[in-house]
Write a protein that binds this ligand. Structure first.
Ligand SMILES: [Zn+2]
Length: 66
């Protein structure tokens, strides 16, 4: 933790990752198959020291918005 974060608290910013979605043709070539690679994830990250909060509570998110 940086001294700044220690004194004033973390500066949380929203981070999110979308899953990669790709369409592939199957054996028949007439059908499209949806492949989702990974899950949608959301976390908070401190802009200054990079500390992550992987499971922010609604209170954490609210604090990050202010
Ligand atoms: Zn920090």
């Amino acid at each position: 933790m940086k001294i700044f974060c220690k004194l004033l608290g973390h500066t949380w910013v929203h981070q999110s990752k979308d899953p990669k979605i790709s369409w592939n043709t199957g054996k028949s070539l007439s059908e499209l198959h949806l492949t989702v690679d990974g899950e949608y994830s959301f976390w908070l990250e401190c802009q200054r020291c990079g500390e992550r909060n992987d499971s922010p509570t609604s209170a954490d998110v609210k604090a990050a918005n202010n």
